[in-house]
Write a protein that binds this ligand. Structure first.
Ligand code: 5RP
Length: 217
């Protein structure tokens, strides 16, 4: 199976977690796009979706799936999203698509966070994928210096503005031995909106798609 086929399979599997009549949280990215395709087939089963990005909202609306705001929804029973990397503790790196801030808000607002990945993203140690950090533009150069002090190599994501109007620094070479500690340290830097470590609130269920099928952790 190629990576896209694995994404389709894991998206099909994630449908199992949907409860009748629920408001569902949905993240962003190509795996989530596969999930939205599947969701459109059973859309009458759900009440509405809270979406983590403008692009997911657009796709959901094009499938005639009702999208509501988090303010309207309150807490979310189930949140379904992809990731760029996961370790065995279901701590993640997210933000490859740049939607990390709203994704983190939805993960935090959810009772159950189901994460869909393919086996190439399951790692023993996080950090091969550069850590995305959404930052306020005026702080970018001072933050870059701080991130270098943490051992990273920050690179500005070219021609990219987040749905919140901010920029992204992708930080290479970080030695992420303690994901929770690093997530907190980066959050404490003034000018950081969100970093892409999801370790304080990891996934609850991890679905890993491979040639052998879907493994659930
Ligand atoms: C977007 C994300 C995505 O979940 C992550 O980048 C994985 O994307 P894809 O499913 O396209 O591989 O965090 O901000």
């Amino acid at each position: 199976m190629n990576q896209n086929e694995k994404k389709i399979k894991v998206a099909e599997e994630a449908l199992q977690y949907i409860e009748s009549g629920c408001v569902l949280g949905v993240g962003s990215g190509t795996t989530v796009n596969c999930f939205i395709e599947q969701l459109s087939k059973i859309k009458s089963k759900i009440d509405a979706v809270v979406s983590a990005s403008e692009s997911s909202s657009k796709l959901l609306i094009s499938k005639n799936i009702r999208v509501i705001s988090l303010k309207e929804a309150g807490r979310i029973p189930i949140y379904i999203d992809g990731a760029d990397e996961s370790n065995s503790l279901k701590q993640l790196i997210k933000g490859g698509g740049g939607a990390l801030t709203r994704e983190k808000i939805l993960a935090q607002s959810s009772d159950r966070f189901v994460c869909m990945i393919d086996d190439s993203k399951f790692v023993s140690k996080l950090g091969s994928f550069p850590l995305p950090i959404e930052v306020i533009d005026v702080a970018s150069s001072i933050l870059a210096l701080e991130l270098i002090k943490l051992g990273g190599r920050p690179v500005l994501r070219e021609s990219f503005i987040t749905d919140n109007g901010n920029i992204i620094l992708d930080v290479h070479n970080l030695n992420i031995t303690e994901p929770i500690k690093l997530e907190k340290s980066i959050n404490n830097l003034p000018g950081v909106v969100t970093n892409g470590l999801f370790a304080i609130r990891p996934a609850d269920d991890l679905l890993i798609s491979s040639d052998k099928g879907i493994e659930k952790i």
